[in-house]
Design a protein around this ligand. Structure first.
Ligand code: NAP
Length: 495
């Protein structure tokens, strides 16, 4: 079904316009929105950074960064004609006057109705400074248009720093004007979790501790730290992946049904779920979380030998953990999570493991029959998009034996390729003013409080690193975490 696009009017002021994220992700995403008509005549972008370049040079940068998206040169140059550059040091208060004048000029030229998006695609230490200066230097429009602030990750490095940053942002913007990017929330199949859960009686009716034995979330990467070593070594997998992406996925899986499918209702349920997540004491944190760091094999360097990583680094490149919710729906049903670098493959998936039938009437040990398997709903998030449901069925051989059969739906590669990329969806949501797929402050705060507890324990315990080999699924302790509970990971190597 083709739904006609609604054109969104706005000025986008982009801080960090010459950076990696802007050129690799943001301009291509904006081009897609332009191609589809979500932005068209009434939009303009002011790119800023300390670079001394003019509009023409900036448009060349933009055109180059979208070149591989289309062969339509005319469209690309029409698109790029909406881009303007202002040389600007965000720490220099006097520079904001130029930006203010340019914003007013473009607002008039493109009839933007005073709508403004301020997108900070810069290192996080600048987020607070920019927000404050936007307010004090009167960059926010006051003629009835909207003012929205988009913030990249990471949002703090613990609860305290996140709170301080949030206080700085809140001094200039209301919570409903702040869009904290978690690009996982822009992924098609993450958004599909809500459709699968709340659009299907067969799942939602069973979505609780009576019928679900455990839920597993895996975000696996097969690459190492590559050129991000400097940033990564200061962060580690717990801060880089668990606090944000994994906690967001878990909250979508654990939340109650929202009253309506709208951002405020969904946020409310996610926050409630995260508030009932058990924050561990020292003993629980030590038992329920394990960490790893990759070693080397063949030409594959161990983490401590990577360029920019200290030789004695104790930064974790792998995390696995057990999460427990103390609420009526989930009490007793653990959520197991894991993420890491240099693992066997690159993929993200969720496995929902249902309980086995209480009585197995097909069990005839004397005739060698196999016991029933647990039903497993797997949500494939990337690279494949789709889901599968493992059910027990009779096999067609002589006698009566059951075997697991997979009911599977995978988007074909053409549809997967056409699926809007996260940044396209998320920028569109910002222009619409829809905060559904962004992390709200109470969610971020709860996630940090949980993660800080694990970090505290790890900071005082000496790890035995390196402890897993590249191409594996992490350290043995990650398997032991589940084995202790008489469970195992659904996705295993050699299966
Ligand atoms: P980057 O490549 O280092 O770009 C930083 C930008 O900020 C450059 O345009 C730089 O230009 C500008 N800048 C630096 N200091 C400035 C100042 N004082 N005043 C004005 N402009 C200044 O960083 P990035 O990789 O694009 O990352 C941007 C943000 O996105 C970060 O928060 C990062 O954590 C987040 N992020 C990035 C990625 C990614 O794939 N790159 C993924 C997820 C999240 P000048 O030096 O010319 O001023």
């Amino acid at each position: 079904m083709n739904i006609l696009p609604t054109e969104r009017r706005s000025l986008i002021v982009l801080f960090g316009a010459t950076g990696d994220l802007a050129t690799r992700k943001l301009y291509p995403a904006m081009l897609k929105l332009y191609e589809k008509g979500n932005i068209r005549e009434h939009f303009a972008v002011i790119g800023t950074s300390r670079h001394k370049i003019d509009d023409e040079k900036y448009r060349e940068i933009v055109e180059k960064s979208v070149a591989k998206e289309t062969s339509n040169k005319k469209m690309v140059s029409d698109f790029a004609s909406h881009f303007y550059f202002v040389t600007h040091d965000v720490t220099n208060v006097s520079h904001y006057a130029n930006l203010k004048d340019k914003s007013a000029e473009l607002d008039k030229k493109y009839a933007l109705g005073g709508n403004r998006v301020f997108y900070i695609s810069m290192a996080p230490n600048f987020f607070g400074t920019v927000a404050k200066n936007l307010k004090t230097q009167h960059l926010l429009s006051e003629n009835g248009g909207f003012n929205r602030l988009v913030i990249e990750k990471p949002f703090g490095r613990d609860f305290e720093s996140a709170k301080q940053l949030n206080d700085e942002l809140s001094a200039a913007f209301e919570e409903n004007q702040i869009f904290r990017i978690d690009h996982y929330l822009g992924k098609e199949m993450i958004q599909n979790i809500e459709a699968i859960r709340f659009g299907n009686t067969i799942f939602e009716a069973l979505w609780n501790n009576r019928y679900i034995d455990n839920i597993q979330v895996t975000l696996a990467e097969n690459l190492g730290v590559e050129e991000r070593a400097g940033y990564y070594d200061n962060s580690g997998a717990l801060r880089d992946m668990v606090q944000n992406h994994i906690m967001q996925i878990v909250s979508l899986l654990a939340m109650e049904q929202p009253v309506a499918f709208k951002d405020t209702d969904i946020r409310q349920e996610k926050v409630k779920a995260l508030r009932s997540l058990r924050v561990y004491n020292v003993a629980e944190a030590s038992t329920n979380f394990v960490r790893g760091q990759y070693g080397g094999v063949g030409n594959s360097k161990e983490y401590r030998q990577e360029d920019g990583v200290p030789k004695d680094s104790n930064t974790e490149t792998f995390v696995a953990g057990k999460l427990l919710f103390d609420n009526y729906r989930w009490s007793g049903t653990p959520f197991y999570i894991r993420t890491g670098k240099k693992l066997a493959d690159k993929f993200t998936r969720v496995d929902v493991v249902f309980k086995k039938p209480l009585v197995d009437i097909f069990s005839f040990p004397q005739s060698g029959s196999t016991p029933l398997n647990a039903n497993v709903l797997t949500i494939f998030i990337e690279p494949n998009q789709g889901f599968s449901l493992m059910v027990n069925a009779k096999n067609s051989e002589q006698g009566f034996h059951t075997e697991p059969v997979n009911l599977q739906f995978l988007e074909d590669s053409k549809r997967t390729k056409e699926t809007p990329q996260p940044y396209e969806r998320l920028i569109h949501d910002v222009l619409k003013g829809d905060g559904t797929n962004f992390a709200s402050w109470p969610e971020v705060a709860s996630a940090w409080k949980f993660v800080d507890q694990i970090r505290r324990v790890w900071d005082i315990q000496q790890p035995m690193f390196p402890n897993y080999i590249p191409g594996s699924m992490g350290p043995v302790s990650a398997d032991e975490l589940l084995a202790r509970d008489h469970r195992e990971w659904v996705y295993k190597l050699n299966k």
